[in-house]
Design a protein around this ligand. Structure first.
Ligand code: SF4
Ligand code: SF4
Length: 356
């Protein structure tokens, strides 16, 4: 039997939900959503579940991940119940449920936890740099080692177990019996959605959607390739002209695109930018800071002024560590990963249903 949480609405408000109890169940939002289908209908169902406190049904649902937050449903809701924002809040809530450490929920609900986390990183780095006698070469060497091991560590210790929990909630506990062949077929969805987010293109308002999709696509490619260039091609240490130029282009893509995102959030003209949570701000601002500080560090190396301006590298590495151990495993970055897995799991359910 489904567990009912009478305080669920209050709980969701802490994840950013706004006024969804005003909903009078007209169904406009579901009718207008171009991603909602007969077999996979949302967001009205999720609003009903949330109002009734059907926590378990939401936890086992992949529907919150099917929404790409175009904002159409919020714009057309006659009750201003902000269904798009509710779907976003459910994604934040689910992220907290998947996370075995409990830190995601803590960070989403308490801005002070984010600030303490960021400050602890800065203090830790100062202590570490002082232990190395502020030796620039050694600090940069450890910075590069951190880049290499942070990715593997965060993935193995935090993200992989969380994906496993997501799979438990959405596939195993609902007793979905899928064969290895079904998993194999569905796996391609994971890669396709992770790298292209092609479902986003099915949203209404084609031209606007295509621009937004392209901005996201180029940001994902810029981010992943900069990661590769700095970690595996040692961008800051390289003397290869091609690698140096590549890093400049990738970091510029990141800070230009994220700057545009920051402007849009600040202007609040679109429904999806009306209610930014701290996690939304941290995501775009830290990505922007990472791109611009990486660009400037390499520029300072190339014009020979990094030694006298080593503070810049320290700022860059602080931002990078905060990003890698706070925002990536517990913040908005995880949405990119969970959404891709949700597409894969949804395909498993679909293939399983087709077999019946
Ligand atoms: S959220 Fe708004 S559009 Fe959707 S069912 Fe409720 S009142 Fe209607
Ligand atoms: S925000 Fe867009 S994709 Fe999400 S439920 Fe509303 S209409 Fe559908």
């Amino acid at each position: 039997m489904s567990h009912i949480n009478p305080n669920f609405a209050k709980e969701l408000e802490r994840y950013g939900a706004k006024d969804f109890n005003l909903c009078f169940n007209c169904g406009n939002c579901t009718a207008i959503c171009s991603l909602s289908t007969k077999d996979n209908s949302f967001p009205r169902e999720m609003i009903r579940f949330s109002a009734l406190g059907l926590e378990d049904d939401i936890k086992s649902s992949l529907k919150p991940w099917m929404c790409y937050y175009c904002g159409e449903c919020s714009t057309d809701c006659p009750r201003q119940a902000h269904p798009g924002e509710l779907m976003m809040s459910l994604r934040r809530w689910l992220t907290a449920k998947y996370d075995w450490t409990g830190l995601s929920g803590l960070l989403y609900k308490h801005l002070s936890a984010y600030i303490i986390g960021f400050l602890l990183v800065i203090v830790g780095l100062i202590v570490f740099a002082a232990k190395l006698d502020w030796n620039q070469e050694k600090i940069m060497h450890f910075g590069h080692l951190f880049e290499m091991f942070a990715i593997a560590g965060v993935f193995a210790i935090i993200l992989l177990p969380n994906i496993f929990r997501m799979w438990l909630y959405t596939i195993v506990r609902p007793k979905v019996k899928a064969t290895v062949k079904v998993y194999y077929k569905a796996f391609s969805e994971l890669l396709v959605h992770m790298f292209t987010q092609k479902r986003f293109l099915e949203c209404e308002k084609l031209q606007e959607t295509q621009i937004k999709w392209f901005e996201h696509f180029i940001l994902v490619i810029g981010y992943l390739s900069l990661l590769f260039t700095t970690v595996f091609l040692d961008w800051f240490g390289s003397e290869n002209m091609f690698i140096i130029a590549l890093g400049y282009v990738e970091s510029a893509i990141i800070f230009v695109v994220t700057f545009l995102f920051i402007l849009k959030r600040a202007k609040k003209t679109e429904a999806l930018h009306k209610f930014s949570q701290p996690s939304d701000w941290f995501f775009v601002i830290w990505l922007f800071l990472m791109g611009i500080t990486a660009f400037l560090v390499r520029l300072f190396i190339d014009i020979g002024i990094l030694q006298n301006n080593f503070w810049l590298y320290l700022v860059h590495i602080s931002v990078l560590v905060q990003w890698a151990i706070i925002i990536v495993p517990f913040g908005k970055w995880t949405h990119f990963l969970y959404r891709s897995f949700a597409m894969c799991f949804a395909r498993i359910l679909e293939l399983n249903d087709m077999k019946k």
